[in-house]
Design a protein around this ligand. Sequence first.
Ligand SMILES: Nc1nc2c(ncn2[C@@H]2O[C@H](COP(=O)(O)OP(=O)(O)OP(=O)(O)O)[C@@H](O)[C@H]2O)c(=O)[nH]1
Ligand SMILES: [Mg+2]
Length: 354
Amino acid sequence: MQLGLIGLPLVGKTALFELLTENRNQGTGQGRANLATVRIPDWRIDFLSELYQPQKTAYAQLEVIDIPGLVPGSEKGSSSFLNAVREADALIHVVRAFEVEEFPHVEGSIDALRDIELINYELLLADLDLVERRIERIKTGKKPKQHQEELDLLERLAGVLGDEMPIASLELNDEEDIMLRSFQFLTMKPMMLVVNVEEEHVRDGRFSGREEVLEFAEERDIPVLTISARLEGEIAELEGEEKQLFMQELGIEEPGIIRLARAAYRLLGLISFFTVGDDEVKAWTISEGLPARQAAGKIHSDIERGFIRAEVVNFNDLYTYGSMARVREEGLFRLEGKDYPVQDGEIVHFRFNV
Ligand SMILES: Nc1nc2c(ncn2[C@@H]2O[C@H](COP(=O)(O)OP(=O)(O)OP(=O)(O)O)[C@@H](O)[C@H]2O)c(=O)[nH]1
Ligand SMILES: [Mg+2]
């Protein structure tokens, strides 16, 4: 699963990318997309690791691409931007609400909604272009009648895009969803807005134009998160008690970058189940609702093939009772079949036979 960081130039994408991926010293260089993995912090894994003292502890991970900013009005920049966006499974749209004199905003002023609309417009146009070309091909093709259903759906898309709304805002049934999948529409991807605010507004999340941005986001069902990349950089420099004290002073409980990583995970509809043992404690990433047998396949195809049963314990039960033995005594140990949808935070042991 890949997250793309998008936005105008000089909004703080690379700053956030480096914080998310903790590779602060690997200079990224201008002008090229960068890929790295983000660890999704999870206190439950910390707890399990403490309990089992395994040789290895593995957190859930996501891939992030740092996409060079879209330069407004540049034809060439636009096509490479759109190609990079197409690769991503979900988009984190970074918007600038901070002022720095050394790096003036590309549009000359700070205006969050204008920036958001600029980027969105680019994505909408790319989708509309695709839709119109496909409609044209069907209409001039040999058997337009055979494609009537697709044509109707495409006309609906053209309408939505014409109203400057993303395809994601359309209610689609499963059949329609499948019909559209191969197009890889950009405005169909889950998106989140991250507003990079002035340091002093980290706590209250204020920035100029906030009301309009929130309204825009609500209409489209887009989550909004505020962060200060600069302040996050300062937090990341610190460790242990110093870090805690600094965050206390700021009145925040955890670094914003952790909130961001988790929000992105949710945005993709992802959940984690855990496997535990003396050798390894590990978080596995699956889509919400995945049946136990396919979840087993994430670990190894043999386990999926030879699936017998899943032994399942809720993390919260283990946390409450402190040991697997107690959890068993309390009768909180379950056996589930192949179709059981694995839930977030379940500790699973698969029984299999090949
Ligand atoms: N004051 C302040 N400066 C920031 C903040 N975030 C980023 N900057 C600075 O703004 C400049 C641009 O940040 P980048 O992260 O490189 O911007 P970018 O979005 O990756 O830009 P492109 O790669 O050109 O598209 C850098 O000098 C950052 O140090 C912030 O929250 N506050
Ligand atoms: Mg950059």
